[in-house]
Design a protein around this ligand. Structure first.
Ligand code: NAP
Length: 312
């Protein structure tokens, strides 16, 4: 299949910007709808990427951004639901349905869907259930779909390792909820490679791929490791299940959502997989990559922190 133009919904986010950079580096034309062009400013500089302000929940706007594309990639995701599960339903389930309909209508056959490890319609958290429901919609779409199911994704701009690094810099002791939850962190560059590879591999049509890094860790091991990597080796106090729930509830009540009870429920299921990384890609390890951005207090990291503190 000859591919020239792709529409990457959710292309302005952390994973999306890596996917778009790799697509642009291969000379593809990439269309990225966003609610806020400011958020996608790193992409605006890329010569073959068009960042378009659009409300992708509006079927007419969606039809316009998808028209003329050869492939649709759906990366839209929310981790914290500000609207009590309705946000998950709108961003994951309803949008997947609208996107499938718009793709069919526009004659776009190839469809790549970002899901998450352990996403099933009867998962314990609303986040995983909505991702599972979106998978079902894509599988039943009749399109040439491929689904990706990553564990937690790390990279210079992630909100996982960087989140713990920020807290470890602030507090001398670290009370940690769900300390035994397991993860298999995967590098964002490897995730983006998998998406790009799938485009030239017709064998990936109808395939669902778990995307995990080379090693499993408990959350306690990860936080302890981050503490060492940033030279703040703090004592990590693992909380019991009931205290973890109470911590999640307390944090959920803060205006800035750091953690919610739904996140707690997601962590009840280990985010790990025995499946090999697809397409012969060798996933890179946390230890090999993350110290280069965690350990160094770059001006960019300071700037990002100030922005995040200012709520921008
Ligand atoms: N990061 C991880 O560790 C991880 C792990 C497993 C799965 N995933 C999945 O990977 C995907 C990308 O994650 P990410 O970390 O890159 O997230 P992110 O940085 O928060 O980016 C999310 C993207 O989705 C769009 N979006 C968010 N809410 C939306 C809404 N209500 N309506 C329309 N668009 C909306 C945003 O577009 P705007 O420009 O319009 O804001 C943004 O481009 C998600 O589907 C996520 O569930 C991520």
């Amino acid at each position: 299949m000859q591919i020239s133009t792709l529409c990457v919904i959710g292309g302005s986010g952390f994973v999306g910007s890596h996917v778009c950079q790799q697509l642009a580096a291969r000379g593809f034309r990439v269309r990225v709808p966003t609610r806020d062009r400011e958020r996608a400013k790193s992409l605006i500089l890329l010569p073959t990427v068009d960042v378009i302000r659009a409300d992708v929940h509006d079927p007419a706007a969606l039809a316009a951004v998808v028209r003329g594309c050869d492939v649709v990639i759906n990366l839209v995701g929310v981790l914290h639901d500000a609207r009590g599960a309705r946000g998950f339903a709108a961003a994951h389930v309803e949008l997947a349905r609208k996107l499938v309909a718009a793709s069919r209508e526009a004659g776009v056959r190839r469809f790549l869907q970002m899901s998450a490890l352990a996403a099933v319609p009867d998962a314990p958290s609303a986040y995983l259930r909505s991702k599972g429901e979106a998978e079902r919609i894509v599988r039943e779409s009749g399109l040439d779909w491929t689904i990706f199911r990553p564990s937690v994704i790390f990279g210079p701009e992630d909100s996982f390792l960087n989140f713990f690094a920020r807290l470890l810099r602030l507090f001398p002791v670290f009370p940690l909820g769900s300390p035994g939850a397991q993860f298999q962190p995967v590098y964002v560059g490897d995730v983006a490679k998998a998406f790009v590879h799938a485009l030239s591999d017709s064998g990936s049509i109808g395939g669902s791929y778990d995307l995990c890094g080379p090693q499993r860790y408990t959350l306690r091991e990860l936080v302890t490791w981050v503490g060492r990597a940033i030279n703040r080796p703090r004592p990590v106090i693992g909380l019991s299940r009931s205290l973890s729930y109470c911590q999640a509830l307390a944090l959920e009540l803060l205006p800035l959502k750091l953690m919610t009870r739904d996140n707690f429920r997601s962590m009840e299921i280990d985010s790990v997989s025995d499946s090999p990384f697809p397409f012969g890609i060798r996933p890179q390890s946390l230890e090999a990559l993350a110290p280069s951005w965690l350990a160094t207090e770059t001006p960019r990291a300071r700037y990002d922190r100030l922005r995040s503190r200012a709520g921008r």
